[in-house]
Design a protein around this ligand. Structure first.
Ligand code: ARG
Length: 266
């Protein structure tokens, strides 16, 4: 029961509100101004530039994801219903504008939800695509070395609590929040070995939000390449002071993700 309640708290918007509210609303600012501009976003972000995060994927159930391989999307376990054959999901890639005629759309063939996922921690899943997408992939962190510093988040989710999904990909930067501090906010709801927190603890104002789930949290590695450290998972509201965003700790699951992907045939 406790888990059930927690799942509801985490993801009501994905299952119900986000789908119902999935109206891609072009803002008037976009019509006049194709340049990236400050404004509401993820929450507190700005437009991403076309091609800036080529690995970003929008999933038709109202989640984000990243190309782990050209034929496998890494997303959140709470974005999918279980494991097995599944041809119901459409992945949209290659564009910041979901309504662009250049969008690449590919159907799913299979879903692999994290083994042992029960609504607490382990919030990762893989989606096998019907065809490979010829775009750069995002490598995942396989040690904790990059679980610090400032992270980039991106998604087409709400720009405020209860707000609509977005037509244009939004991006923002959020600082790492250590486990002890994050437990101060969330207590026993946090699974520190499996989750990593980020956000402006004092001020709030910048965060992922409903519909960003499953998307990557990433940073530059020592060679200057993007590396994924988190998967958008949950939070208390969005961008509230005192409540950081909670992300699946990718390094914890890197070997499980690798073997699961191998099992899907890369
Ligand atoms: N569970 C939400 C989703 O399914 C993600 C919420 C992220 N919340 C946050 N405050 N960072 O889209």
């Amino acid at each position: 029961m406790r888990n059930y309640l927690k799942v509801l708290r985490r993801c009501t918007a994905v299952g119900a509100v986000a789908l119902a509210a999935f109206s891609l609303q072009p803002s008037s600012a976009h019509a006049q101004d194709p340049e990236p501009r400050p404004g509401p976003s993820v929450v507190g972000g700005v437009d991403a530039a076309q091609g800036e995060f080529p690995f970003m994927v929008r999933l038709s159930m109202g989640c984000g994801g990243a190309l782990y391989t050209q034929q496998i999307v890494l997303t959140a376990a709470h974005c999918v219903n279980g494991s097995g054959a599944n041809t119901s999901i459409t992945a949209t890639a290659g564009v910041v504008d979901l309504q662009s005629s250049q969008a690449v759309k590919v159907k799913s063939t299979r879903v692999l939800q994290a083994p042992g996922y029960n609504g607490v921690g382990k919030d990762w899943a893989l989606i096998k695509l019907a065809q490979p997408i010829n775009l750069p992939t995002l490598k995942i962190a396989d040690t904790a070395a990059y679980n610090e510093g400032t992270f980039t988040v991106a998604g087409w989710g709400a720009t405020r609590e209860g707000g609509p999904q977005q037509r244009y990909l939004q991006k923002a930067e959020v600082p790492y929040v250590d486990d002890a501090t994050c437990e101060g906010a969330y207590g026993g709801s946090l699974t520190p070995g499996e989750e990593i927190c980020a956000g402006f603890l004092e001020k709030g104002g910048v965060d992922t939000c409903q519909g960003d789930s499953g998307g990557p949290m990433f940073r530059k590695d020592n060679a200057g390449a993007w590396i994924q450290v988190g998967i958008v998972s949950w939070g208390q509201g969005c961008a509230r002071p005192g409540y950081p965003g909670v992300y699946t700790e990718v390094s914890t699951f890197a070997s499980a993700i690798r073997s699961a992907a191998a099992g899907l045939g890369g």
